[in-house]
Design a protein around this ligand. Structure first.
Ligand code: IMP
Ligand code: MG
Length: 198
């Protein structure tokens, strides 16, 4: 394929995708400030250990951490799921474990989005076995309509409708994570919404 053909293909792709802003960067930042205050109020004077799921949760974690007063540490974990179909049946696999023990710590799991809940259910079971002092969950986005597993978050940024969203850590084929806002992904020549279930 010539250079020009390659460039053309890239343009085609860009033309078939658009992102419609759903939550602006300003709203996200204001909501995170409020959540950070709420978390600190619930655990006054306690060191808090934030645990985020790579890679989507990283943006939320860094903004949350900067807004929580007092002592805060953090760590990362990574999981993968065996494709979308098996994902719904709960096949979540640990691909990178935490660096340090969470025993006796006040742990806040920080996730970008709570969708079917399978990922969070897996993580909560895993972490509970490690005997933290407290175990709480903070999610930036919640899609309650999609829930399969019986899990809930203690801190929710925004409840959103059942639409596939990108930005602020969330990706479509690893792209769009860097957007400072959250938007609905529109695909194809007619720019239709991408169905939430793959
Ligand atoms: P769950 O296990 O179904 O709750 O899925 C959680 C993970 O699925 C999130 O951490 C995201 O990586 C991904 N995910 C769920 N919904 C969306 C979405 O609308 N856009 C991008 N990624 C999503
Ligand atoms: Mg994720």
């Amino acid at each position: 394929m010539t250079k020009r053909q390659k460039a053309g293909q890239k343009n085609d792709k860009a033309q078939r995708e658009r992102v419609r802003v759903l939550i602006t960067g300003g709203r996200i930042q204001r909501r995170i400030q409020a959540l950070a205050q709420e978390i600190r109020k619930d655990f006054p004077g306690e060191p808090l250990h934030l645990v985020s799921v790579l890679k989507g949760g990283v943006f939320f974690l860094t903004d949350l951490a900067r807004n929580i007063p007092g002592e805060v540490s953090f760590d990362f974990i990574a999981v993968s799921s065996y494709g979308q179909k098996t994902h719904s049946s709960g096949q979540v696999r640990l691909t990178r474990d935490l660096d340090s023990s969470i025993e006796g710590k006040t742990v806040i799991v920080v996730e970008d989005i709570l969708d079917t809940g399978m990922t969070l259910q897996y993580l909560l079971r895993l972490f509970q076995q490690r005997k933290p002092k407290h175990l709480r969950v903070a999610v930036l986005l919640d899609k309650p309509e999609r829930r399969i597993a019986a899990v809930r978050a203690d801190y929710v940024g925004f409840s959103i409708p059942n639409e596939f969203v990108v930005g602020y850590g969330l990706d479509y084929a690893e792209r769009y994570r860097n957007l400072p806002y959250v938007g609905v992904l529109l695909l194809g020549p007619g720019l239709k919404k991408k169905p939430a279930e793959d």
